[in-house]
Design a protein. Sequence first.
Length: 284
Amino acid sequence: MDTVLLETFLEVTRTRNFNKASGNLCVSSSTISARIKQLEELLGLTLFVRRHHEIGLTPAGERMERHARFILSAWERAYEDTALSERHQRRLVIAGVSSLWDIFLQDWLNDIYQNVPALGLRAEESTPLRVVEKLEQRMIDVGFMYEPPQLQGMAVQEVVSVPLVLVSSQQEITVEQAVSEGYVRVEWGTTFAALHEAHFPQRPLAPVRVNSGRVALNLILSCGGAAYLPLPTIEPELDDGRLYRVNSAPIIEMKAYAAYNLHGEHRDLIVNLLGRFTQNKVAR
Protein backbone atom coordinates (compact mmCIF):
# COMPACT_ATOMS: atom_id res chain seq x y z
CA MET A 1 0.00 0.00 0.00
CA ASP A 2 1.25 3.48 -0.87
CA THR A 3 1.86 5.37 2.36
CA VAL A 4 0.84 8.59 0.59
CA LEU A 5 -2.73 7.27 0.54
CA LEU A 6 -2.66 6.80 4.30
CA GLU A 7 -1.13 10.23 4.88
CA THR A 8 -3.86 11.77 2.74
CA PHE A 9 -6.56 9.81 4.58
CA LEU A 10 -5.29 11.02 7.97
CA GLU A 11 -5.08 14.63 6.81
CA VAL A 12 -8.68 14.55 5.53
CA THR A 13 -9.67 12.87 8.81
CA ARG A 14 -7.99 15.66 10.76
CA THR A 15 -9.33 18.60 8.74
CA ARG A 16 -12.71 17.10 7.75
CA ASN A 17 -12.32 19.11 4.57
CA PHE A 18 -10.87 18.14 1.17
CA ASN A 19 -9.89 21.72 0.30
CA LYS A 20 -8.04 22.25 3.58
CA ALA A 21 -6.32 18.90 3.20
CA SER A 22 -5.24 19.76 -0.32
CA GLY A 23 -3.78 23.07 0.87
CA ASN A 24 -1.90 21.42 3.73
CA LEU A 25 -0.51 18.70 1.47
CA CYS A 26 0.21 21.11 -1.41
CA VAL A 27 -1.80 19.18 -3.99
CA SER A 28 -5.07 19.84 -5.79
CA SER A 29 -8.48 18.90 -4.37
CA SER A 30 -8.97 16.51 -7.28
CA THR A 31 -5.77 14.71 -6.27
CA ILE A 32 -7.06 14.38 -2.71
CA SER A 33 -10.35 12.96 -3.99
CA ALA A 34 -8.55 10.55 -6.29
CA ARG A 35 -6.32 9.29 -3.48
CA ILE A 36 -9.25 8.73 -1.13
CA LYS A 37 -11.17 6.94 -3.88
CA GLN A 38 -8.14 4.75 -4.60
CA LEU A 39 -7.80 3.85 -0.91
CA GLU A 40 -11.50 3.05 -0.61
CA GLU A 41 -11.35 0.85 -3.72
CA LEU A 42 -8.26 -0.90 -2.39
CA LEU A 43 -10.00 -1.65 0.92
CA GLY A 44 -13.43 -2.26 -0.59
CA LEU A 45 -14.87 0.06 2.05
CA THR A 46 -16.35 3.54 2.27
CA LEU A 47 -14.25 5.59 4.67
CA PHE A 48 -16.03 8.96 4.60
CA VAL A 49 -19.63 10.13 4.67
CA ARG A 50 -20.05 13.19 2.46
CA ARG A 51 -22.97 15.53 3.14
CA HIS A 52 -22.87 18.88 1.36
CA HIS A 53 -19.74 20.57 2.79
CA GLU A 54 -19.49 18.24 5.78
CA ILE A 55 -17.27 15.17 5.88
CA GLY A 56 -17.41 12.51 8.57
CA LEU A 57 -15.87 9.12 9.13
CA THR A 58 -17.88 5.96 8.62
CA PRO A 59 -17.47 3.21 11.27
CA ALA A 60 -14.95 1.60 8.91
CA GLY A 61 -13.13 4.93 8.61
CA GLU A 62 -12.93 5.26 12.40
CA ARG A 63 -11.35 1.82 12.64
CA MET A 64 -9.00 2.59 9.76
CA GLU A 65 -7.76 5.79 11.41
CA ARG A 66 -6.11 3.89 14.28
CA HIS A 67 -4.53 1.37 11.92
CA ALA A 68 -3.31 4.07 9.54
CA ARG A 69 -1.49 5.87 12.33
CA PHE A 70 0.10 2.62 13.46
CA ILE A 71 1.17 1.64 9.92
CA LEU A 72 2.76 5.02 9.19
CA SER A 73 4.53 5.07 12.54
CA ALA A 74 5.81 1.53 12.02
CA TRP A 75 7.00 2.38 8.52
CA GLU A 76 8.79 5.50 9.72
CA ARG A 77 10.46 3.54 12.50
CA ALA A 78 11.50 0.78 10.11
CA TYR A 79 12.99 3.34 7.75
CA GLU A 80 14.90 5.09 10.53
CA ASP A 81 16.22 1.81 11.93
CA THR A 82 17.38 0.68 8.50
CA ALA A 83 18.94 4.02 7.64
CA LEU A 84 20.82 4.52 10.91
CA SER A 85 24.11 6.21 10.25
CA GLU A 86 27.41 4.71 11.32
CA ARG A 87 27.52 7.29 14.10
CA HIS A 88 24.18 6.17 15.56
CA GLN A 89 24.46 2.46 16.27
CA ARG A 90 21.05 2.21 17.98
CA ARG A 91 17.94 4.34 18.22
CA LEU A 92 15.58 4.85 21.14
CA VAL A 93 12.02 6.17 20.91
CA ILE A 94 10.82 7.94 24.06
CA ALA A 95 7.34 9.28 24.82
CA GLY A 96 6.02 11.03 27.90
CA VAL A 97 3.13 13.16 29.07
CA SER A 98 3.73 16.87 28.62
CA SER A 99 4.23 17.91 32.25
CA LEU A 100 6.91 15.27 32.81
CA TRP A 101 8.96 16.84 30.03
CA ASP A 102 8.81 20.11 31.96
CA ILE A 103 9.70 18.46 35.27
CA PHE A 104 12.56 16.05 34.50
CA LEU A 105 12.41 14.36 31.09
CA GLN A 106 13.99 17.25 29.21
CA ASP A 107 17.02 17.23 31.50
CA TRP A 108 17.27 13.44 31.16
CA LEU A 109 17.12 13.69 27.37
CA ASN A 110 19.75 16.44 27.37
CA ASP A 111 22.05 14.25 29.46
CA ILE A 112 21.65 11.27 27.11
CA TYR A 113 22.13 13.42 24.01
CA GLN A 114 25.37 14.88 25.36
CA ASN A 115 26.85 11.74 26.91
CA VAL A 116 25.66 8.86 24.70
CA PRO A 117 26.52 10.15 21.21
CA ALA A 118 26.20 6.73 19.55
CA LEU A 119 22.50 6.58 20.41
CA GLY A 120 19.94 8.01 17.99
CA LEU A 121 16.95 9.54 19.76
CA ARG A 122 13.34 10.23 18.95
CA ALA A 123 11.29 12.02 21.62
CA GLU A 124 7.55 12.62 21.70
CA GLU A 125 5.19 14.57 23.92
CA SER A 126 1.88 12.75 24.16
CA THR A 127 -1.25 12.14 26.20
CA PRO A 128 -1.32 9.36 28.83
CA LEU A 129 -3.68 7.29 26.67
CA ARG A 130 -1.48 7.60 23.60
CA VAL A 131 1.65 6.69 25.59
CA VAL A 132 -0.04 3.46 26.74
CA GLU A 133 -1.34 2.71 23.24
CA LYS A 134 2.10 3.20 21.72
CA LEU A 135 3.68 0.98 24.35
CA GLU A 136 1.12 -1.73 23.64
CA GLN A 137 1.66 -1.47 19.90
CA ARG A 138 5.48 -1.40 20.31
CA MET A 139 5.63 1.99 18.63
CA ILE A 140 7.87 3.39 21.39
CA ASP A 141 10.65 1.85 23.46
CA VAL A 142 9.95 3.55 26.78
CA GLY A 143 7.03 5.64 28.01
CA PHE A 144 6.73 7.96 30.99
CA MET A 145 3.44 8.67 32.78
CA TYR A 146 1.82 9.19 36.18
CA GLU A 147 -0.30 6.04 36.25
CA PRO A 148 1.49 2.67 35.92
CA PRO A 149 0.04 0.91 32.86
CA GLN A 150 -1.49 -2.53 33.26
CA LEU A 151 0.12 -4.19 30.26
CA GLN A 152 1.39 -7.73 29.98
CA GLY A 153 5.07 -8.13 29.25
CA MET A 154 5.90 -4.62 30.44
CA ALA A 155 8.36 -3.63 33.14
CA VAL A 156 7.17 -0.64 35.16
CA GLN A 157 9.63 1.34 37.25
CA GLU A 158 9.03 4.33 39.51
CA VAL A 159 11.52 7.01 38.53
CA VAL A 160 10.67 10.16 40.46
CA SER A 161 8.24 11.52 43.00
CA VAL A 162 6.59 14.79 41.99
CA PRO A 163 5.18 17.09 44.69
CA LEU A 164 2.09 18.98 43.52
CA VAL A 165 1.47 22.14 45.55
CA LEU A 166 -1.49 24.49 45.65
CA VAL A 167 -0.46 27.93 44.39
CA SER A 168 -2.39 31.12 43.82
CA SER A 169 -1.94 34.46 42.15
CA GLN A 170 -3.14 36.03 45.42
CA GLN A 171 -1.03 36.32 48.54
CA GLU A 172 -2.30 35.10 51.94
CA ILE A 173 -5.36 33.36 50.54
CA THR A 174 -6.97 30.54 52.51
CA VAL A 175 -7.19 27.00 51.24
CA GLU A 176 -10.99 27.23 51.09
CA GLN A 177 -10.80 30.38 48.99
CA ALA A 178 -8.17 28.90 46.69
CA VAL A 179 -10.22 25.84 45.75
CA SER A 180 -13.46 27.76 45.33
CA GLU A 181 -12.66 31.18 43.83
CA GLY A 182 -11.05 30.97 40.41
CA TYR A 183 -9.77 27.45 40.97
CA VAL A 184 -8.34 25.71 37.90
CA ARG A 185 -8.65 21.95 38.26
CA VAL A 186 -5.84 20.10 36.53
CA GLU A 187 -6.57 16.49 35.61
CA TRP A 188 -3.40 14.78 36.81
CA GLY A 189 -4.89 11.27 36.68
CA THR A 190 -6.95 8.90 38.79
CA THR A 191 -4.49 8.82 41.70
CA PHE A 192 -4.52 12.60 41.98
CA ALA A 193 -8.31 12.67 41.65
CA ALA A 194 -8.74 10.24 44.55
CA LEU A 195 -6.33 12.16 46.81
CA HIS A 196 -7.88 15.47 45.80
CA GLU A 197 -11.36 14.23 46.66
CA ALA A 198 -10.12 13.00 50.04
CA HIS A 199 -8.59 16.38 50.88
CA PHE A 200 -11.44 18.53 49.54
CA PRO A 201 -14.71 16.56 49.76
CA GLN A 202 -16.90 19.67 50.07
CA ARG A 203 -15.23 21.89 47.49
CA PRO A 204 -17.38 23.68 44.84
CA LEU A 205 -17.19 22.50 41.26
CA ALA A 206 -14.13 24.06 39.60
CA PRO A 207 -15.13 26.61 36.92
CA VAL A 208 -12.20 25.54 34.72
CA ARG A 209 -10.77 22.06 34.14
CA VAL A 210 -7.68 21.40 32.03
CA ASN A 211 -5.48 18.39 31.31
CA SER A 212 -2.21 20.33 31.13
CA GLY A 213 -0.23 21.90 33.93
CA ARG A 214 1.33 24.27 31.42
CA VAL A 215 -2.11 25.53 30.38
CA ALA A 216 -3.18 25.98 34.01
CA LEU A 217 0.02 27.88 34.86
CA ASN A 218 -0.35 30.27 31.93
CA LEU A 219 -4.02 30.78 32.75
CA ILE A 220 -3.56 31.76 36.38
CA LEU A 221 -0.53 33.92 35.55
CA SER A 222 -2.57 35.83 32.98
CA CYS A 223 -6.02 35.86 34.58
CA GLY A 224 -5.51 35.00 38.24
CA GLY A 225 -6.65 31.96 40.16
CA ALA A 226 -5.21 28.91 41.85
CA ALA A 227 -4.17 25.39 40.84
CA TYR A 228 -2.24 22.35 41.93
CA LEU A 229 1.03 22.42 40.00
CA PRO A 230 4.39 20.59 40.15
CA LEU A 231 6.73 22.42 42.50
CA PRO A 232 9.83 22.07 40.27
CA THR A 233 8.14 23.87 37.38
CA ILE A 234 6.77 26.82 39.36
CA GLU A 235 9.77 27.67 41.54
CA PRO A 236 10.73 30.63 39.28
CA GLU A 237 7.23 32.11 39.66
CA LEU A 238 7.35 31.62 43.43
CA ASP A 239 10.80 33.23 43.64
CA ASP A 240 9.66 36.21 41.54
CA GLY A 241 6.48 36.74 43.56
CA ARG A 242 4.19 36.04 40.62
CA LEU A 243 2.65 33.10 42.46
CA TYR A 244 2.29 32.22 46.14
CA ARG A 245 1.98 28.91 47.91
CA VAL A 246 -1.30 28.54 49.76
CA ASN A 247 -0.56 28.11 53.44
CA SER A 248 -1.77 24.88 55.07
CA ALA A 249 -2.72 23.35 51.72
CA PRO A 250 -1.76 19.65 51.58
CA ILE A 251 0.99 18.56 49.23
CA ILE A 252 -0.24 15.86 46.86
CA GLU A 253 2.64 13.56 46.00
CA MET A 254 2.51 11.98 42.55
CA LYS A 255 4.74 9.22 41.26
CA ALA A 256 6.15 9.15 37.76
CA TYR A 257 6.74 5.79 36.12
CA ALA A 258 8.75 4.47 33.20
CA ALA A 259 7.40 1.48 31.27
CA TYR A 260 9.23 -0.63 28.70
CA ASN A 261 9.02 -4.04 27.08
CA LEU A 262 10.51 -6.78 29.26
CA HIS A 263 11.66 -8.67 26.17
CA GLY A 264 12.47 -5.73 23.92
CA GLU A 265 15.81 -5.43 22.14
CA HIS A 266 16.62 -2.22 24.06
CA ARG A 267 15.74 -3.50 27.53
CA ASP A 268 19.29 -3.46 28.93
CA LEU A 269 19.98 -0.06 27.38
CA ILE A 270 16.81 1.39 28.91
CA VAL A 271 17.64 -0.02 32.34
CA ASN A 272 21.07 1.59 32.09
CA LEU A 273 19.66 4.94 31.00
CA LEU A 274 17.02 4.95 33.73
CA GLY A 275 19.90 4.48 36.15
CA ARG A 276 21.04 7.97 35.21
CA PHE A 277 18.34 9.32 37.49
CA THR A 278 20.48 10.08 40.53
CA GLN A 279 17.58 10.41 42.95
CA ASN A 280 14.15 8.87 43.37
CA LYS A 281 12.41 12.12 44.15
CA VAL A 282 12.30 15.55 42.63
CA ALA A 283 13.83 17.91 45.18
CA ARG A 284 11.32 20.10 46.88
